[in-house]
Write a protein that binds this ligand. Structure first.
Ligand code: NAD
Length: 485
């Protein structure tokens, strides 16, 4: 497969009530390959009526699904995971074409989603109640009551992984799901719809596609959708909370980050620099990852060594065709996003940061939304590139030597998703881990999360925890029942 060789992807239906359907008004959106800038397919642009049909179907089947023994729900989820494994290469190829994400990392995403689904299948039985001591003449117990429908709205950056893996917890909990992928990268979701059409009872797992402003807004505002689980940007998360406020919806949010990495003077500068490239998700995601550590605070004593190793590592990354197995970085996902990243790079230059590496279109890649892996040094917290989430292949190095100043700067004013700390002094590391006001911290590693470790942001990075028992239980409510003997 060469870069110019675009395969056309057939128009596929959304999955609503067990049927593959187009938008009721025939509306479609184009799917563009960000490597070739050519339209390679189309996706249904769901209307509010389509959303309404999915909601009605989910509500209709909710009693049957919540009443299905958890072992049976778990067995179906394991089959769901098997479907992903069996179709891994095809799904990964679709994402590599549609999103520009390197194919090897998309295969890993399919495997990661299958693992997430199996994890939730394994803990589905945790949706249990308890008895509460209430005296000799009473019995009090609690019962887990799944929501009758869950909206699962996800972003563009991990297309197949999010549309499949992020549905698992609610399905395991006994709640029917209506999932919606990012409109820029929906082709794998539509193929998934075909693959799982007959797996669950009709209406249990619905997949709708289309624009955020129409399909996403109709889904999150629908009066019969009491539970909305959203992954995406802060402004959209805020809109979704607003849309749910009148009906007092249970909203959980996985939002953006502007995450710090702190490198102490006793750290191995070279090792930390290589880790900073991994933790920024340059390879595999082109920095389009919420947990990326885009603000790296390096102690002045080791800054020069750190920057030299960082630049060396960035220069080794292979930027090019995402369909090739050995490609580290493809293009960013779509034109609007490319233009945004380019604007941020320019703002870094204009505001006085030093471009240590990259910042341009890679040589020889004249088509496609390619940007070199980019590192700025001499960044200060008043610069736009230190303040705003770029969600692209751009890292900022800020140097420090005053510990109190570091403490003042390390927490972003609004965002608190992840943090990463490098030191050999464990007390120092744990003190900094307590100080960083974020939901997930890595010490001396690149943040590879073990299955089951709760993930989710503090402050404007979100509400709620995912990939954990907490997520499973968030798709239901506890009902207490007291019986007087
Ligand atoms: P986005 O907010 O633009 O879109 C996310 C989803 O919301 C898409 O499906 C979109 O169609 C839909 N949407 C848009 N407007 C809507 C509305 N008014 N009502 C309902 N739905 C609507 O985000 P994006 O640009 O696709 O993704 C990038 C953002 O996602 C970044 O900020 C990134 O940090 C964040 N993210 C967070 C996590 C996490 O786990 N915390 C993971 C991945 C990405």
């Amino acid at each position: 497969m060469t870069m110019g060789d675009d395969v056309k992807v057939p128009l596929r239906g959304m999955l609503i009530d067990g049927q593959l359907v187009g938008a009721s008004d025939g509306g479609v959106l184009d799917a563009e390959n960000p490597t070739t800038e050519k339209v390679i397919g189309r996706l249904p642009d769901a209307t509010a009526d389509d959303v309404g049909r999915a909601v009605a179907a989910a509500r209709r089947v909710s009693g049957e699904w919540s009443g299905t023994p958890w072992t049976k729900r778990a067995a179906l989820l394991r089959q769901f995971a098997d479907v992903l494994d069996a179709n891994r290469d095809e799904l990964a190829e679709l994402d590599a074409r549609d999103a520009g994400l390197p194919i090897a990392s998309m295969r890993a995403d399919v495997t990661s989603a299958a693992n997430e689904i199996r994890y939730f299948a394994g803990i589905a039985g945790e949706t249990k109640g308890e008895t509460i001591p209430s005296g000799p003449d009473q019995v009090t117990y609690t019962e887990f009551v799944p929501y009758p429908v869950v909206a699962r709205i996800v972003p563009f950056n991990h297309p197949i992984k999010f549309i499949s893996g992020k549905a698992a917890a609610a399905l395991a909990a006994g709640a029917p799901v209506i999932a919606k992928p990012g409109e820029q990268t929906s082709l794998s979701a539509l193929r998934l719809a075909e693959l799982v059409k007959d797996l669950f009872p009709a209406g249990v797992f619905n997949i709708i596609t289309g624009s955020g402003a129409k399909a996403g807004a109709a889904l999150s505002a629908h009066p019969d959708v009491p539970r909305v689980a959203f992954t995406g940007s802060v402004p959209t998360g805020s809109r979704i909370m607003e849309a749910g406020s009148a009906a007092i919806k249970h909203v959980s949010l996985e939002l953006g980050g502007k995450n710090p990495m702190v490198v102490f003077p006793d750290a191995d500068a070279e090792k930390a620099a290589v880790a900073s490239v991994a933790a920024m998700n340059f390879a595999r995601s082109m920095g389009q990852s919420c947990g990326s550590t885009s603000r790296v605070f390096v102690h002045r004593d080791i800054k020069d060594r750190f920057v030299a190793a960082l630049v060396k590592r960035l220069s080794e990354l292979k930027v090019g065709d995402p369909m090739q197995d050995d490609t580290d970085m493809g293009p960013v996902a779509f034109r609007g996003h490319y233009e945004k990243v380019v604007r941020y790079v320019q703002s870094g230059i204009d505001e006085g940061a030093t471009l240590a590496y990259g910042g341009k279109r890679p040589e020889g890649l004249d088509t496609g939304y390619f940007i070199q892996p980019t590192a700025f040094t001499g960044v200060t917290m008043d610069m736009t590139i230190a303040q705003e989430e770029i969600f692209g292949p751009v890292v900022s190095v800020l140097d420090w030597d005053d510990y109190d100043e570091l403490l003042d700067q390390v927490n972003h004013p609004e965002l608190g998703l992840t943090g990463n700390i490098w030191t050999r002094d464990i007390s120092q590391a744990l003190r900094m881990a307590r100080h960083i006001d974020s939901g997930y911290i890595s010490i001396n590693g690149t943040g590879k999360r073990p299955t089951g470790a709760p993930f989710g942001g503090f402050r404007q990075s979100g509400i709620g925890k995912e990939s954990s028992v907490d997520e499973l239980l968030s798709y239901g409510r506890q009902k207490s029942v007291t019986i007087t003997l």
